[in-house]
Design a protein around this ligand. Sequence first.
Ligand code: ATP
Ligand code: MG
Length: 206
Amino acid sequence: SGRCDHYDAMMRVGIMGGTFDPIHHGHLVAASEVADLFGLDEVVFVPTGEPWQKSEATVSPAEERYLMTVIATASNPRFTVSRVDIDRGGPTYTVDTLRDLSTLYGEHTDLFFITGADALGKILSWKDATDLFELAHFVGVTRPGFELNAEHLPADRVSLVQVPAMAISSTDCRRRVEEGKPVWYLVPDGVVQYIAKRGLYRKHGS
Ligand code: ATP
Ligand code: MG
């Protein structure tokens, strides 16, 4: 009650972190569904930085993944893309993502970190795991092939939600491009075209 009520209205911002190599409709449906269920004002897609050391799987350059994420989200007025993880450099730790975005958005924003069932199960092994739950509410979403389970996570800071089942992974999209198979309707049209234009995921020399 009082004149300053509008100052108490918290912004609700979703965060969708990922490698996005490439971004696909599984990511987009999850973000859209959580935005609807949780009344989010915005969902920020945050492509990961490039690992310092070569990891077992080679990840496409950050700028390519960033541009595909921008292309895929451009048409949705509530979707934005953040460069915080790319600009920090090195491997991405979610706690750093949340600290940066929490500083950027300020105290009048509640953050909701959206994560698929496969990644949710690994949260306790993430850097500074206990701090994560103070920085954001976690929303675990269903993903075909994985069990959605938050057994060892703080119940008051984690929600589990069902999203339309999309049996799509970036790994599968990359493999399909490498094999000359189509990725139409698995990723947004603009991303299909960007992959072709830049020759991403094709075997070297082909
Ligand atoms: P990769 O095969 O390279 O690991 P990916 O398809 O798993 O790619 P990521 O960029 O690793 O995509 O995932 C980012 C986030 O999106 C993770 O939290 C992941 O669990 C979630 N996610 C990815 N695909 C789906 C999907 N089809 N349904 C629901 N959530 C998904
Ligand atoms: Mg993955």
